[in-house]
Design a protein around this ligand. Structure first.
Ligand code: ADP
Length: 491
């Protein structure tokens, strides 16, 4: 026999039989005891009530018709005292009306006298399964609640009218809600007092059925830039019923202050180092040039060759420090502020003209295919030039002589797609994701001699993502690569 747990403790299911008819009471008791249950009996309704007041029973077998007190009275009392006890009704005067009435008042099922031991067992087994399911649900619910209440992330759930159904202590602390009466039943705006969070909830509740995306924003509290400032990642989703209708919204706040601050320190450090290195390097370059120009006396061919190589390496360092600076600036969002409507077609023409001499020198064709005028995108001009320049520069660097590069652009849904396609060395599948990580460079016989920093693509990716766009690459080793950049239309 399976055992059910009460309050999480595994125990024998306990059954109380309340019946004035001794034959029935004792008959049931024997059958159920034999089956391993803990059984108690009461010969009157009043006695049954006393026992119920003292102890919780998992199942109560209740005679509907007893002298002095009807089973209905006992039923009402049990429901009030122990709503989780399962009541099974026994009655010799069973009629459909009695049965229906008892069920309406909360009885689980009904067994008419006379009944066989097997019929009794069947009914009790069914009741136990039901009780176990109820207890599982109750246990699950309370576990979930404890879990949510202990989470360090803030969790908020609202109904469709933006009334709060749940807000865990972390959420209340994060939004600075301190009122004693609690926040359940209040509107979300009363509790968050923040237009941005309210906007996220509005957006989630208005999300059409066919769409299901997590909305995310960075949210700050406690005074902009001050020592008490906290930075959160706020995520919001609609909550749906079975038919897919939005019945509420769920919001989660995750504190990212420490990560943000560390990122800022790292970025500042990189900028500082890059900046401090660049000026002395440029001055060394200038001095070497003076020597190479013969202004400090004549040079042998060997000396000229050595100084040439040294200059080359220093130029590499200068470009590394410039790219580090760019990355740090993009990451801290510094140069993204000024945005304007940009015609990517025009920008691609300029870029083609700018890179053509280098492509020609490498015997590579550089073509541009445009379907006609493009709709503008709202973006930072310098940043987008940098994106295109990096991708075209890479295409030239990683394509051997005689190759072709094709630039193209088109409007796709709400985005402009710009593609840079080459017939170069290509990228192995395992490297496709890694090339966007800072300093990652593919090292093989073909690329070993090509100078680079491994910072171009990370800068490109950061810029594109900061413009709410995305970048994708397709490549076949030995045949070539295509980089696609998608930027939202500047509507
Ligand atoms: P860098 O070019 O300075 O090494 P990037 O971040 O721009 O740095 O590129 C990272 C790596 O990705 C490159 O070292 C190269 O191996 C690979 N890569 C980038 N663009 C292409 C391309 N068009 N074709 C083949 N490989 C490429």
């Amino acid at each position: 026999m399976s055992e059910i747990g009460v309050s999480g403790v595994e125990a024998k299911p306990s059954i109380l039989i309340v019946d004035d008819e001794e034959r029935i009471r004792e008959g049931c008791r024997k059958v159920l005891l034999n089956d391993g249950f803990e059984v108690a009996t009461a010969d009157r309704g009043a006695r049954g009530l006393e026992m119920i007041e003292e102890k919780h029973y998992d199942i109560i077998l209740l005679d509907l018709m007893m002298p002095n007190m009807s089973g209905f009275d006992v039923l009402g009392r049990v429901k009030a005292l122990h709503p989780d006890s399962t009541i099974l009704v026994i009655s010799g005067y069973a009629t459909v009306e009695h049965a229906t009435e008892a069920m309406k008042r909360g009885a689980f099922d009904f067994i008419p006298k006379p009944f066989s031991p097997d019929q009794l067992r069947l009914l009790v087994t069914k009741a136990i399964e039901y009780t176990r399911a109820l207890q599982d649900i109750a246990g699950e619910k309370s576990r979930t609640r404890v879990l949510i209440n202990r989470l360090t992330d803030g969790v908020l759930a609202t109904d469709r009218d933006k009334r709060i159904v749940l807000a865990n202590p972390s959420f209340q602390r994060m939004v600075g809600f301190q009122e004693q009466e609690g926040c359940v039943g209040r509107t979300s705006l009363e509790v968050t007092r923040d237009d941005m969070l309210e906007g996220l909830i509005d957006q989630a509740l208005a999300m059409p059925e066919e769409e299901f995306v997590e909305l995310a924003e960075e949210w700050k509290s406690g005074g902009e830039g001050g020592s008490g400032e906290r930075i959160f990642n706020a995520r919001c989703l609609p909550f749906r019923d079975r038919s897919g209708r939005n019945v509420g919204a769920i919001m989660v706040l995750h504190d990212i202050t420490v990560i943000k601050k560390m990122d800022q320190v790292r970025s500042d450090f990189v900028s500082m180092v890059a900046h401090e290195i660049r000026s002395p390097l440029n001055s060394i370059l200038a001095q070497i040039q003076v020597v190479r120009d013969g202004l400090a006396g004549g040079l042998t061919e060997k000396q000229e060759e050595i100084l040439g190589r040294a200059s080359e390496r220093i130029r590499g360092l200068v470009s590394l420090s410039s790219e580090l600076l760019d990355l740090a600036r993009v990451e801290s969002g510094l140069i993204l502020q000024e945005r304007e409507q940009i015609d990517l077609g025009e920008m691609l023409k300029d870029q083609r003209d700018f890179h053509s001499p280098r492509a020609e020198a490498a015997h590579i064709t550089l073509d541009l295919q445009l379907p006609g005028p493009l709709m503008p995108v709202l973006a930072n001009r310098r940043n987008i030039e940098e994106v295109l320049s990096n991708l075209i520069g890479n295409a030239i660097s990683y394509t051997p002589e005689g190759g072709q590069i094709e630039l193209s652009a088109a409007v796709e849904n709400d985005y402009v797609r710009v593609s840079v396609k080459d017939t170069g060395f290509g990228i192995a599948p395992e490297d496709l994701d890694r090339i966007f990580a800072p300093f990652y460079r593919v090292k093989n016989d073909k690329t070993r001699m090509i100078v680079g920093t491994g910072l171009g693509l990370p800068i490109v990716k950061s810029i594109v993502e900061a413009h709410n766009g995305w970048i994708r690459v397709e490549s076949t080793p030995g045949r070539g690569s295509t980089f696609h950049v998608h930027l939202p239309l500047g509507k």
